[in-house]
Write a protein that binds this ligand. Sequence first.
Ligand code: ADP
Ligand code: MG
Length: 393
Amino acid sequence: MNEAALRQVKQRYDIVGNYEGLNRALDVSLQVARTDLSVLITGENGVGKEVIPRLIHDHSARKGKKYFAVNCGSIPEGTIDSELFGHEKGSFTGAIDSREGYFGAANGGTLFLDEVGELPLSTQARLLRVLETGEYIRVGSSEVRKTDVRIVAATNLNIPKAISEGKFREDLYYRLNTIPVAVPPLRDRGEDIVLLFRKFALMMSEKYQMPPVRLTEPAKQYLMGYSWPGNVRQLKNVTENMSVTSEEREITPEILERYIPRDSGSRQLVAVGGQESAHSYQNERELLFKILFDMRKDITELREQMKTLADGHGGMNYSHVTLPAQVMNEPGEPQTVDEYVESESTLLSMDDVKKDAILRALERHHGVRKEAAAELGISERTLYRKIKDYGLE
Ligand SMILES: Nc1ncnc2c1ncn2[C@@H]1O[C@H](COP(=O)(O)OP(=O)(O)O)[C@@H](O)[C@H]1O
Ligand SMILES: [Mg+2]
């Protein structure tokens, strides 16, 4: 590993951290940059995948040529082929002009296909062809065109799992995955978490001309022990939020608890289920839903038991028992076990909860779907589909 080159790259691209796994990802990227091989970057949401294709392009022989980044998850299925491969005039309703498409436009350069796991199977077939032969056909054309594009792709999906579910082509996976670059989750990065916090805190302090927030020693431990389901993106949001809204500049674990969702449940689930189950819950929100539902069940059972007890022992009243903070973070939400159980009709199904989460996210982001999707940890396309499914238009 070339230490000096690594340091330089981190400085140039504003990458913070010394964790071995991060260094390895950067080192592999630098080495592979000079070749023309396809690269597949894997890693959970928010780990910092997006800087890597740019770094690869800038360190390749193509650096003076075009670089395009396409988010495959945010392009509607109906237009994705035409976006990528172009179309002929009149090839479909609304195709008033012909269009070159990214594969034509990036000729000689690099194309970053972000969220590549979201590509429909038919588009995957086209992609495989262009990767293998450099040939592609515009939508509505029969003319075979040639292009010379280097592909760097990224995904947060477990692709082998997607393959076994028939959602991703195995041959495409092997073709893309010539060189794998794995970006490690934040929870594994130890001290880097504190370094990143400091960086984001300083950025905010410069931006708003106020003293930076600082961590007490126990707060550092707290951050290093947290599971960070949203990874660096989550840490950045938390730090920014805290920098602006906390009157205390010396941050203790107690203050952190106000900004970070409680961990015990999700940690437990991840630990009990291991890697597999961590993957099957798409994100922190799903984990929280799961916990909420488990809790609801427990509460109903508890209530039954209490009733039986009370009936047998002279009417003890448990209705003052309060719920953990995370269940009642909204004003007007149930405050006691009884109220909570009473309100369970509003929490009838997982769908209802998801629907509610989507509505809230959209509200918070003033209807900007891209931002709402990012917060929910799903792709824009999945959000579109859910909005449709739940009739939220
Ligand atoms: N090592 C890092 N140092 C500094 N900022 C980082 C680092 N990793 C990620 N970030 C920041 O975290 C955010 C999420 O990173 P991004 O690349 O968008 O994640 P994803 O893996 O989901 O594509 C971005 O604002 C990015 O700049
Ligand atoms: Mg991304």
